[in-house]
Design a protein around this ligand. Structure first.
Ligand code: PLP
Length: 427
């Protein structure tokens, strides 16, 4: 038995499924999750002393690479003054000022502890602000695990809330409308039927939870126009895309401004942090200035603020993203070439430092396409890459993340592993 196998067996006795977040259990691909001992730069090391080039990067946050020295030092320094006060600090102002200077549409910012809290709070604010109950989301977009957002579409373009988890009451789910990503007609139709009851549209401007799907030209602009027409709030969930597809997020990259933005992952530099914010006129409806309640014992935690401030300050350096974007494109191109060489149907998508590989020969722009890929080939490829020391997400519906530390030699090693792995596919 490997050390990971021993730990996994032990973990399952006291932790449901042995993990604290389901995808870590390797259910989709089978096998034993690797228990991690440490991480550095582009690498993670498991408890059996195997080294992996990491393309999960803690599911997005580690855009600077693992164990960034400056962040580590900032955390140690902050911790010398105590770990939590539950009272305001200057670091929170610095964070709000920095975020609003970086993310174009964010005039005001409220810190929370996770992406889920950010989306949940943004939706409550949108509902409180508009006085409407319904929200519109897209099939295949994930916004955390709050009740209203754990709802998916059934068949047909528009489904009136079917919960995707037991425990989500039908009475809650019925307020969530789900339509097709990249299909503006399905959005228009929903608004024709329910427009004056819809408080908000929430969207991942680049979808990163059905692999990696870019918005087709006009899609985000179309959402903006529809929200303006019906007085609904447009929420960009940039928990994944923020500080990743460009410094200012997808809104900067595609030049479409939402009313509210949700942030998480990168903003905490690896600590548990989220944030939501946007137009001053809407944010002033939050308590204590307004009636919409939202709070958090550890929100704006001084250690988390120190880590986040240090991370964002590094990202602001001139040309910071140039090499990451170049290397991300090189990874996608390399995968494509090796798949072609080995006669495997593959297509790729790239958005800044996010990428997706799809076992299909179609260019993927929809949830339907993303879920129709060759799963058996993905699983074989996944396990071969793992055995070659490349750690990719253990499910075909997850985006890949590249960090500043994935230099060209790391990229080359990844592509060599991909060549071997495509050659081994038999399905
Ligand atoms: N929104 C998006 C786009 C996400 O990708 C995630 C998590 O993966 C969340 C929200 C939820 O964030 P958290 O896991 O920090 O609660």
């Amino acid at each position: 038995m490997t050390n990971s196998e021993t730990l996994f067996a032990r973990a399952q006795l006291t932790i449901p499924g042995g993990v604290n977040s389901p995808v870590r259990a390797f259910k989709a691909v089978g096998g034993t999750p690797r228990f991690i001992a440490r991480a550095d730069g582009p690498y993670m090391f498991d408890v059996d002393n195997n080294r992996y080039i990491d393309y999960i990067n803690s599911w997005g946050p580690m855009v600077l690479g693992h164990n960034n020295q400056a962040i580590r030092e900032a955390v140690i320094k902050a911790s010398e003054n105590g770990l939590s006060y539950g009272a305001p600090t200057e670091a929170e102002i610095q964070m709000a000022e920095l975020v609003s200077s970086i993310v174009p549409s964010m005039e005001m910012v409220r810190m929370v502890n996770s992406g889920t809290e950010a989306t949940m709070s943004a939706i409550r604010l949108a509902r409180g602000y508009t006085g409407r109950d319904k929200l519109l989301k897209f099939e295949g977009c994930y916004h955390g695990h709050a009740d209203s957002l754990l709802v998916k579409a059934g068949s047909g373009a528009l489904t009136l809330g079917v919960p995707s988890s037991p425990g989500v009451p039908d009475d809650v789910a019925k307020h969530t409308l789900t339509v097709d990503f990249n299909n503006i007609d399905s959005v228009k139709q929903a608004f024709v039927e329910h427009g004056h009851d819809i408080a908000c549209i929430i969207v991942e401007p680049v979808a990163g939870n059905m692999n990696c799907i870019l918005p087709v030209p006009g899609f985000l602009e179309g959402l903006r126009t529809i929200c303006d027409e019906y007085g609904a709030v447009l929420i960009f969930d940039e928990v994944m895309t923020g500080f990743r597809v460009s410094l200012g997020g997808a809104q900067e990259r595609f030049n479409v401004m939402p009313d509210l933005t949700c942030l998480g992952k990168v903003i905490g530099g690896g600590m548990p942090v989220g944030a939501f914010g946007g137009k001053r006129e809407i944010l002033t409806h939050i308590a204590p200035t307004g009636p919409v309640y939202q709070a958090g014992t550890l929100s704006g935690n001084p250690i988390a603020m120190a880590a986040g401030l240090c991370a964002l300050t590094q990202l602001k350096a001139e040309g910071f993203y140039d090499s990451i974007f170049k290397n991300t494109q090189a990874i996608a191109d390399g995968f494509q070439q090796m798949a072609d060489k080995n006669g495997i149907a593959l297509s790729t998508n790239v958005a800044g430092s996010m990428f997706g590989i799809f076992f299909t020969d179609e260019k993927v722009t929809s949830y339907k396409q993303a879920t129709s890929v060759n799963q058996a080939q993905f699983n074989q490829f996944y396990h071969s890459m793992l055995s070659e020391g490349v750690y990719m997400a253990p499910a075909s519906y997850e985006a890949g993340f590249v960090s500043k530390m994935h230099t060209s030699d790391v990229v080359d090693a990844t592509i060599t592993a991909a060549d071997k792995s495509f050659a081994r596919i038999t399905a």
